[in-house]
Design a protein around this ligand. Structure first.
Ligand code: CTP
Length: 408
C-alpha cells in the first residue's frame, strides 16, 4: 500500500510475549527514523520482556496494553485504532497470538485491533525451533498467509532455549527492510527529499575562457533518474552538461564551484540523502579578467583553492541524513577513498578508478567500489552507468534506513 507523499505512515506495532521482544526498541527506532507515526500495542505477557516505558519514550506516545487505560479508566477503542492504521506489524508474533489470529479470538487489545483493521497485516513469528516446526503452527501460518497476512519468516540461529535452528526473530534492520519492502515494493523513497550534484564546474579565466574538466554528468544524471523512479523528490544541482533533465527531477543549473556550493548548501537543509557526484574544480583563477585576455607573451595564471562542498556538507550533516561522496583517482584509489569517507564525515563513498578500463569520464560504463565509514567494502564489475546508478541508489536506500550496505 503506497504511502501518501509527505504523510507519515501510521503503524500499529504489536508486541507479544516472547524473549525476542528485546529487539523491538531498535525496530521502533528505525521506524521512527523513517518518519513513521507508531502506536505500540503490547499483549499482557509482552510486558515481562520489554517495558512499556521504553517503547513509550521511543514512540513518543503512550503504549497501549489493555482495553481500558488503568489510570483514567478510559476505553482504548480498538475499532478506531484498527481504522487509523496504514499497517499492523506484529513482532515478535508468538505461537499463541498466531493461533488466536487464525481463530478470530479477541481477548486482548492487539487481537481486537487486528480484527477491526482494514490495512495490511505483517507478522514476524519467533519461537523455539520445535514450536516453529510444529504442524499446528505451520498450518496456522499457511492459513494466515492465505488470508493475505504477510509473514516475515523466522531465521535459523541460536535460540533462547540454548538450541539452535529456525525460529529466531530477524535482526531489527532486516525486519525493518522487509516491512518497508512489503509496504512500498516500488516506491520506497516516496516522500523523501534527495539532492544529487552532477557534471563539472567551469571556472572562468576571462569572458571567453575557463578551466574545466571532462565530466559528462552522465553518472550523476543516471543517479538522479534512479532516485526519482523510486518515488523520491529529487533536486539535481548540475554543472554545464549537454544532457536532458530526467523525468520528475527538478534541476538547478550552476557554472562555478562557488555557485554549486551556494545551491547545494541551500538545498541540503531539508534533504534525507545527498549524493555529490559532481566533478567540482578544486581550483579557480584568483582574479578573473573582466575583458578578454589578449595573446601576448607567456601567461601565468594564479590559482586559488575552491571551497570543498562535500566537506562542508559533512560538517553540517544531521543524524537523519545520509551523505555519499565520489572519488575519482588515478592511483592509490582504495586508500584515498577510505581516507575521504572519514575526513569528510560521509556514510559511504563511490570510488571509480581511472586505472580501470571503461571507467570514469566519457564512457557509458563504469566500474565502482563502495567503502563505508565502518570499513565495509563492495566491489562491482564493469557495467552500464545506469546499472551502477541502480546499485548506488539501492545501497543509499539500505544505508539510509538500516545503516548498512545491502547484500547486492
Ligand atoms: N568535491 C566537492 N568540492 C570540491 C571538490 C570535490 O564537493 N571542491 C566532492 C566531489 O563532488 C566528490 C568528492 O568531493 O564527491 C571527491 O572529490 P575529489 O576531487 O576526488 O576529492 P578531494 O577531496 O578534492 O581530494 P583530492 O583532490 O585531494 O583527491
Amino acid at each position: 500500500m503506497p504511502t501518501p507523499v509527505n504523510k507519515p505512515l501510521k503503524i500499529i506495532l504489536g508486541v507479544t510475549g516472547g524473549i525476542a521482544a528485546y529487539k523491538i526498541p531498535m525496530l521502533l527506532r528505525l521506524l521512527k527514523k523513517a518518519d513513521a507515526d507508531v502506536q505500540v500495542i503490547m499483549t499482557p505477557s509482552a510486558e515481562r520482556f520489554v517495558t512499556p516505558e521504553t517503547l513509550s519514550v521511543l514512540s513518543e506516545k503512550q503504549v497501549l496494553c489493555d482495553f481500558f487505560d488503568p489510570a483514567t479508566g478510559m476505553w482504548n477503542n480498538h475499532v478506531d485504532l484498527g481504522l487509523w492504521a496504514d499497517a499492523i506489524l506484529i513482532a515478535p508474533a508468538t505461537a499463541t497470538t498466531i493461533g488466536k489470529m487464525v481463530h478470530g479470538i479477541a481477548d486482548n487489545l492487539l487481537l481486537a485491533t487486528h480484527l477491526s483493521a482494514r490495512c495490511p497485516v505483517i507478522i514476524a513469528p519467533a519461537m523455539d525451533l520445535d514450536m516453529y516446526a510444529h504442524e499446528s503452527v505451520t498450518e496456522n501460518l499457511k492459513t494466515l498467509e492465505s488470508r493475505g497476512v504477510h509473514i516475515i519468516p523466522a531465521e535459523d540461529g541460536p535460540l533462547a532455549s540454548g538450541l539452535s535452528g529456525p525460529g529466531r526473530l530477524p535482526e531489527p534492520e532486516t525486519l525493518f527492510a522487509e516491512f518497508m519492502k512489503i509496504m512500498n515494493p516500488e516506491l520506497p523513497l516516496k516522500g523523501k527529499n534527495i539532492m544529487v550534484s552532477a557534471g563539472p564546474t567551469f571556472e572562468p579565466i576571462d569572458p571567453v575562457r575557463f578551466i574545466g574538466n571532462h565530466s559528462s554528468g552522465k553518472m550523476g544524471y543516471a543517479i538522479a533518474d534512479a532516485f526519482a523512479k523510486k518515488g523520491a523528490n529529487v533536486t539535481l544541482v548540475s554543472g554545464p552538461v549537454s544532457l536532458q533533465t530526467p523525468k520528475n527531477v527538478s534541476r538547478i543549473d550552476v557554472q562555478t564551484a562557488e555557485e554549486m556550493r551556494e545551491a547545494c548548501l541551500k538545498e541540503s537543509t531539508n534533504v534525507d540523502i545527498i549524493v555529490m557526484a559532481a566533478a567540482v574544480a578544486d581550483y579557480k583563477v584568483e582574479t578573473r579578467a573582466q575583458l578578454k585576455i589578449k595573446k601576448e607573451e607567456d601567461l601565468t595564471l594564479s590559482l586559488v583553492k575552491n571551497p570543498d562542498i562535500l566537506q562542508e556538507l559533512g560538517k553540517a550533516k544531521t543524524s537523519s541524513q545520509t551523505l555519499i561522496g565520489f572519488a575519482l583517482e588515478t592511483n592509490n584509489g582504495y586508500d584515498y577513498a577510505k581516507d575521504k569517507v572519514v575526513r569528510k564525515n560521509l556514510d559511504f563513498i563511490v570510488l571509480n578508478s581511472l586505472a580501470d578500463e571503461g571507467a570514469g569520464f566519457g564512457h557509458d560504463t563504469n566500474k565502482v567500489y563502495l567503502f563505508d565509514k565502518t570499513g565495509s567494502e563492495k566491489a562491482y564489475p564493469l557495467m552500464s552507468k545506469k546499472m551502477v546508478a541502480d546499485i548506488i541508489v539501492k545501497q543509499a536506500i539500505s544505508y539510509h534506513f538500516s545503516g548498512n550496505f545491502a547484500d547486492i
